[in-house]
Write a protein that binds this ligand. Structure first.
Ligand code: XIL
Length: 309
């Protein structure tokens, strides 16, 4: 089990730091390894926050999963304003990936290489990378990462596998194509930012179709929203908390049924309800995580344990 971590909470909130130390054996940086955080100016890399997380992980025997080498968001303005021909853009992409992977070599043993490249209808997102480098840039990202660290486990990460068959099919087709071409890809990351109303059938289809690729499967950003109507006055009731727990159980159980060698892990996005990105993102309150705002275990925590039995 992993969680995405906020560096300032790790440094300043003793309850947060304590629960992370005790409850998880894998960590992902919530933001500290994104492009804008690591590479704020063309000739400047800024490693301090990421180093802090890596040191914490080393001191406490935890795995670090890297997130993310390439994304259409979290880009610094020097990139969005960059002027250059396709060779210059290719060099920018390659330099970023290889500098970061080389820096963390041996410490960060797996990476989300490309994040969120597809639209929900299964077409490729018309991102800055597609515009500047064409649709095959994704394959080259994997090659660049692999050249920098041949031992790193490389993931394609995205969301929506559970609600869009078109999207998950497109992702699986891309992966099959990569395998046929010898492009180094080792894992599929499924974010799973879901609602408690998501069906068993959809969750199973996402997990089992990912497993059918033969690659490692990471449920990489799990959280389970309860406020499906975005009601500003909603509060967390015991009944909702139990329904959420049951969804956590079903996900863990379904995941544990895929071959053990393919189980990379399950990572929740954030730790406690008070530090979840969801309320901000959806503009309404929510309680998507296994710990409450005081870092006490919720029914969802018990649900996870139940699913793992
Ligand atoms: C989110 C972070 O949680 C926020 O703090 C930040 O403001 C925006 O990004 N999919 C991803 C993550 O791959 O990187 C996103 O993280 C959440 C959605």
């Amino acid at each position: 089990m992993g969680a995405s971590l906020n560096v300032s909470l790790m440094k300043n909130n003793i309850k947060y730091n304590g629960v992370v130390t005790k409850e998880y054996n894998s960590i992902t940086a919530e933001n500290a390894m994104k492009f804008d955080a690591l590479h704020p100016a063309e000739n400047t890399f800024s490693w301090n926050d990421a180093d802090y997380l890596v040191s914490f992980a080393q001191a406490n025997n935890k795995r670090v999963h890297g997130h993310t080498l390439n994304w259409y968001m979290a880009l610094p303005s020097w990139v969005t304003n960059f002027v250059g021909d396709s060779t210059a853009w290719e060099n920018l992409l390659k330099t970023h990936i290889q500098t970061v992977v080389t820096y963390f070599k041996g410490k960060v043993k797996s990476w989300d290489v490309v994040n969120e490249a597809f639209n929900d209808d299964g077409t490729l997102r018309n991102s800055i990378w597609v515009q500047k480098l064409g649709t095959d840039y994704i394959a080259r990202c994997f090659q660049y990462a692999n050249q920098a660290d041949p031992d790193a486990i490389l993931f394609y990460n995205d969301y929506g596998h559970e609600y869009s068959a078109a999207k998950r099919t497109a992702i699986i087709n891309m992966i099959t194509g990569f395998k046929n071409r010898g492009i180094p890809i080792h894992g599929i990351g499924m974010q799973f930012h879901i609602t408690y109303t998501q069906s068993d059938a959809n969750i199973s289809a996402a997990i089992n179709s990912a497993a059918a690729t033969g690659l490692k499967v990471h449920i990489s950003e799990l959280d389970i929203r309860l406020n499906t109507n975005l009601a500003l006055g909603l509060s967390l009731t015991p009944a909702l908390a139990e329904q959420q727990a049951a969804r956590y159980t079903f996900i863990v159980k379904t995941y544990k049924a895929i071959p053990t060698a393919q189980q990379f892990g399950i990572t929740t996005w954030n730790v406690g309800d008070g530090d979840s990105w969801i309320p901000n993102w959806q503009g309404a309150p929510d309680w998507p995580l296994p710990f409450d705002a005081n870092y006490l275990r919720k029914p969802a925590y018990r649900g996870i344990i139940e699913g793992g039995k």
